[in-house]
Design a protein around this ligand. Structure first.
Ligand SMILES: NC(=O)c1ccc[n+]([C@@H]2O[C@H](COP(=O)([O-])OP(=O)(O)OC[C@H]3O[C@@H](n4cnc5c(N)ncnc54)[C@H](OP(=O)(O)O)[C@@H]3O)[C@@H](O)[C@H]2O)c1
Length: 329
């Protein structure tokens, strides 16, 4: 029987998500990889316990996380049944629909039909009555935004989700989505977007300021560039790494030139008394424009390492310039 760490809320920091009543942990855990039917259940259980013990209250899923599609939600449901159910009210659980999920014209994109059916399926798989956040996973240019946002509002009103989120929406799309939701009396809680030292499109787009303007929070995925911004690939490509196991991170993208930059970043991190993973996460959180970093992990130790970022989140101007120069060089 799992007994959580009694001190779990002592060291984690929490930040208000936009203009909502919700505080999110600065680090949240995503279940995109390593929670599928191909993965080991005991390891998943350990990772959820390790995260919760460290004050990570937010767990992020999507309908098609696996592989196979749906299996991360099924495994999470098994974990809820096994020993996390007593802590449901201490958890913020999210899921999404917007990418390919089931065959035919109704299992993808942004229709009301897809979103409502998908959330019903997700709740069954996760053995939950409701999720805390339900996201539209990506913009759909072929469905009127009004239809997608009204579906999110109706889902919130039905009680199957407590808050509405969008993911991968740029500034212009975010403004429009927030406006439609507001007209439907449903505030936009959050936008989930990619952001890391190596991926700065949200800065160029001004998205973080846009979210602040519309009162929404920002949660950033792949802050470690799927593991590249860690020491994982400094000595070759390990057999058990994402680059070996999964097509979302191509082995061919990990070039000697890239590793040379990562090595320089690693030296800077160790000068700061951190691991590179900790420094890369601290960089994403360095300004309070980002509510939470959404990490992935393949083992509990990575989670334990990553939460240590909270010990050193400050960067001098010189360090920030050096990071930029290394990555440009
Ligand atoms: N909304 C969207 O469209 C979208 C898209 C992508 C992701 N997401 C969400 O964001 C979450 C995180 O994305 P991500 O998994 O790409 O994030 P990430 O944190 O950039 O990458 C996670 C990977 O980095 C490695 N890692 C983590 N901590 C480490 C450490 N301390 N030392 C060494 N290596 C470490 C592990 O790789 P190994 O597996 O090789 O050990 C781990 O699987 C997902 O689970 C999902 O919830 C959302």
């Amino acid at each position: 029987m799992y007994t959580p760490n009694e001190k779990r809320y002592d060291d984690m920091k929490y930040l208000r998500c936009g203009r909502s009543g919700i505080l999110l942990p600065r680090i949240s855990l995503g279940l995109w990889h390593n929670f599928g039917s191909v993965d080991r259940f005991g390891n998943m259980l350990d990772m959820i316990h390790t995260a919760f013990d460290a004050g990570i209250t937010h767990f992020d899923l999507a309908n098609n996380y696996g592989p196979v599609y749906g299996s991360a939600e099924e495994n999470f449901g098994r974990i809820m049944e096994q020993d996390m159910r007593p802590f449901r009210d201490e958890m913020i659980i999210s899921t999404k629909a917007g990418y390919d999920m089931w065959p035919g014209p109704y299992g993808d994109h942004g229709s009301r039909k897809y979103l409502i059916a998908s959330l019903d399926q997700s709740l069954k798989r996760m053995k939950l009555d409701y999720v805390d956040i339900f996201y539209h996973h990506r913009p759909d240019p072929d469905t009127p935004l009004e239809e997608t946002m009204e579906a999110l509002s109706d889902i919130v009103r039905s009680g199957k989700a407590l808050y509405a989120g969008i993911s991968n929406y740029d500034s212009e799309q975010t403004r429009k989505a927030a406006e439609i939701l507001r007209a439907n009396h449903t505030p936009l809680l959050i936008n989930q977007v990619s952001y890391s030292m190596m991926n700065r499109w949200t800065e160029e787009d001004g998205l973080q300021d846009t979210c602040a303007e519309v009162g929404a929070g920002v949660i950033c995925f792949s802050p470690l560039a799927q593991g590249v911004l860690t020491d994982r690939y400094l000595n070759g490509i390990p057999e058990d790494s994402r680059a070996k196991k999964n097509h979302f991170l191509q082995e061919s993208s990990i070039t000697p030139e890239l590793i040379d930059k990562v090595r320089q970043l690693n030296t800077l991190a160790s000068d700061r008394g951190q691991t590179l993973a900790e420094m890369a996460l601290a960089w994403v959180l360095r300004r309070d424009k980002v509510t939470s970093v959404l990490i992935g992990a393949s083992r509990p130790e990575q989670i334990t390492d990553n939460v240590k970022l909270l010990d050193n989140m400050e960067f001098s101007d010189d360090e920030l310039t050096l990071i930029d120069d290394i990555l440009k060089g």
